[in-house]
Design a protein around this ligand. Sequence first.
Ligand code: 5GP
Length: 177
Amino acid sequence: MQQIVIHDKKFIPYLSEKEIQGRIVELAAAINQDYSGKNPLFIAILNGSFMFAADLFKAITIEAEICFIKLASYKGTSSSGQVITAIGLDADLINRDVIIIEDIVDTGKTLNEFLPKLQHQQPASLKIVALLHKPEAAKFPIRIDYTGFTIPNRFVVGYGLDYDGLGRNLKEIYQLG
Ligand code: 5GP
């Protein structure tokens, strides 16, 4: 792995394909054990999590379902301003064991706004698996149940994550050089 350039910026290698895949096997093993016999419903948040979701789900060996959603924010009429809605969430969550798949938790804003909407649908349980977590960037309290890698507060690309549209197809994760 060597330094790459995307648009105007240089990125240096951070997590290799081997490290990522090895960690995913460990995350899946923990989930397989914790959710045995429960038929959990994974909800992958697009776009960034598509690659992680695919590899994680391939390593899930228990009975399980998956759906993919996109979050859209628009200016609401309430004082809080932005309102987040889920596009494509047609599954019935009532009494389901739900596991959210996120690429990265940064400030925590996205999940902080979205989780209460899911809780409203009365799932039996609601947990989060995130490939990357930047605790130094946290502005909202999010409890991540399964964390791939805890990383410093630097911008990363690759393995589904983009920099202005590019870099999602990289098998490795790079950080801003
Ligand atoms: P949060 O709401 O936690 O601040 O941000 C979550 C979203 O911001 C992620 O799902 C991701 O799309 C984007 N994001 C946060 N940090 C990074 C980063 O370092 N690189 C990229 N490519 N996206 C990021």
